[in-house]
Design a protein around this ligand. Sequence first.
Ligand SMILES: C[S@@+](CC[C@H](N)C(=O)[O-])C[C@H]1O[C@@H](n2cnc3c(N)ncnc32)[C@H](O)[C@@H]1O
Length: 281
Amino acid sequence: MAFAECSRGRGVSDMGRDAAYDGAFDTVIGSQWKLISDEQRAAAASGGRRGRLEPEAPDAYAVHDTRRYQRGHADVFREVFNEAYKDSGHAPPVKGERLLVVDVGAGAATVAVALQEALGNARQRRIEYVAFDPNLMMRTLGERILDYVAKGFRSAKYVPTLDDLDPNDGHRVLFAFSYVAHQDAVTTDHLEQWASVIEEAVDAADRAVELIYTTAANLSGDKFPELCAMLKRAGITPKTKPVRVKVQRRYPSMDGSDGRVGWDWQDRNWQVQAEHWVLRS
Ligand SMILES: C[S@@+](CC[C@H](N)C(=O)[O-])C[C@H]1O[C@@H](n2cnc3c(N)ncnc32)[C@H](O)[C@@H]1O
């Protein structure tokens, strides 16, 4: 096979790693996007929103945000996941492990997209992916995206509430929070619920529970220091480590001659804040 030509700004996309997501994008997101009027698109893109999504927001907002930002958020999570375990001999899931990934504020299953791209087939078969998002349109999109990206997982589903989790089943557990930390719709009550679900997982596990969160750097209002303080009060002291990555921005361009998605790579990188937490009681 001939070598592909190097060109500046093109990434792994050219090597087919994200072909599964491209298929989902064309079919799932593209079909919903076509149903949205210009007025709805303009409202969804309004500068004041900055990706903030309420549970009852118009469906157009969820479709817009998924179309515009999911690709980048998955790129970031994939690189953070790879970097977090780069020098460790126990990058999950190792042979014999089942990894329960709890994706909170999952949107349209962004962390599943990232893991499908980060992991080979054997490791994907050890993943039990559970997503939760309070926005119904996000969940509807995500359930369809899972048909493309989670085919190789041991299991993948959305749960209507975090009360439905069962971490007490011999799993290694990873809580994932991708671009949820600055959501206005996340209240102290939600953080308390997350802390209690995490606490339950820590109590049930015979090894450390882990958490990875990614968000936009240089924004005020990150809720994760409060979550960390709540866990400390519950007797769990998170060991936290910042994870630094450089990830080039890309956005969808729909002007390909066949109408299928293409990606416009930007000169700028995402400004990422990310941490890896290890949690024991
Ligand atoms: C910026 S989007 C990120 C979605 C996805 N994790 C990603 O990275 O593409 C923020 C998500 O947080 C969800 N969200 C808002 N408030 C939430 C809450 N209290 N609990 C869980 N998710 C929430 C929204 O519905 C939305 O899907």
